[in-house]
Design a protein around this ligand. Structure first.
Ligand SMILES: *Cc1c(COP(=O)(O)O)cnc(C)c1O
Length: 354
């Protein structure tokens, strides 16, 4: 077995994998409705919301599309400081929206003041922002961004991609006034890929009713109609929902605060290791991801050789993403990764460095 320090798909615990072997149920059945109600209610705790959570058979990108299609007739302001943020901007354009990119350099966070200024210059129906940019290991200050956005333009809906952080970092949807928060199963939630979760506010649902061409698969009104009956419009990813049921139980048993603290401790450990070994961190202090560390390859290491060395010891890290390949490499410390695994990895990396 190879232990994954790659930011998705991450390792899945055996008992969670095993849950997927349960026999099928018809999704129009009492048993399924009971299951769906239980998991969608428990999942609200991950988002710190009392509003609704939808489960869809898709990856997280599906909800980047759902957000722009359901919540904007035309105008989208996309905060772009990394590859996944750029994808959301491209998704908006691909859906025919008039999207503007609010860009900063990839090693800088999105500044709340910049967002407020852009929203005062022009009205936008929605704002998109990535909480934890997996390509750069940078965490954007979403709470402050949301606060600035709301005071500059109260009716702009705030949509957040939390694919690689929800469940590992505290994101308080209701307290921060977020309208749509999306995540995928295969990253911080440590499930197999193929399921997406999204929490949606009441006012987002109201907005959707006034938006045309929402499509069908991700139509919020249709999803809501079925959710009210504890079901889904199309066939759900049943095996993944079984796995989610077990994983939610495990997460809530560990305790969310304990889980957040574990992620924070692993991040600090990896950051300290890098700095102690003559390497630098791509993201500036105060904005470093707690689930994935992007290390600037200031020693000119051959990342492929490093990974080949680690693979022989049953571990795998990730090269830099897109334009950052070779210039950076990434160590994920998310999901069910424990500090002991991080210590094993860092010991092997220290040995490689000699
Ligand atoms: C992985 C990732 C995505 C894409 O998610 P998929 O589940 O692969 O569609 C989007 N945003 C972020 C921040 C990611 O890390």
């Amino acid at each position: 077995m190879t232990r994954m320090f790659v930011p998705g798909p991450v390792d899945v615990e055996p008992q969670v994998l095993a849950a997927q072997t349960r026999p099928m149920l018809p999704h129009r059945s009492q048993e399924f409705e009971t299951l769906y109600r239980e998991v969608s209610q428990k999942a609200r705790q991950l988002f710190f919301t009392s509003q609704r959570v939808y489960l869809t058979a898709s990856s997280g990108s599906g909800w980047q599309e759902a957000a722009v299609r359901n919540l904007a007739n035309r105008s989208v302001l996309a905060c772009v400081n990394g590859a996944f943020a750029r994808r959301w901007y491209e998704v908006a354009l691909a859906n025919g929206k008039q999207a503007e990119a609010l860009e900063t350099e990839w090693h800088r966070p999105i500044e709340p003041g910049q967002v407020a200024e852009a929203l005062r210059m022009r009205h936008y129906e929605i704002l998109t922002v990535v909480h934890n940019e997996t390509s750069t290991g940078l965490e954007n200050p979403v709470r402050e961004i949301a606060e600035a956005a709301r005071s500059a333009s109260p009716d702009t809906l705030i949509c957040v991609d939390a694919v690689s952080s929800l469940g590992g970092v505290k994101i308080e949807m209701d307290a921060w006034g977020l309208d749509l928060v999306l995540t995928s199963s295969q990253k911080c939630l440590a499930l197999p890929p193929g399921l997406a979760l999204a929490a949606v506010s009441e006012r987002a649902l109201e907005r959707a009713a006034a938006v045309e061409n929402r499509g069908w698969y991700f139509d919020l009104l249709l999803l809501e109609k079925h959710r009210l009956k504890d079901s889904t419009p199309a066939t759900p990813a049943l095996s993944l929902i079984y796995a989610l049921q077990v994983q939610l139980e495990r997460i809530l048993t560990e305790g969310l605060e304990a889980r957040f603290a574990r992620h924070q401790a692993m991040a600090e450990r990896v950051q300290a290791w890098a700095l102690a070994h003559g390497l630098e961190l791509f993201a500036p202090e105060g904005y470093r991801s707690r689930t994935v560390t992007t290390i600037a390859n200031t020693r000119g290491l051959e990342v492929a050789a490093l990974n080949a060395y680690l693979l022989r010891q049953g571990m795998r890290i990730a090269n830099g993403y897109g334009p950052l390949k070779g210039k950076t490499f990434r160590i994920a410390h998310m999901g069910d990764t424990q500090m002991t695994h991080i210590e094993d990895l860092l010991a092997a990396m220290s040995a490689f460095l000699g």
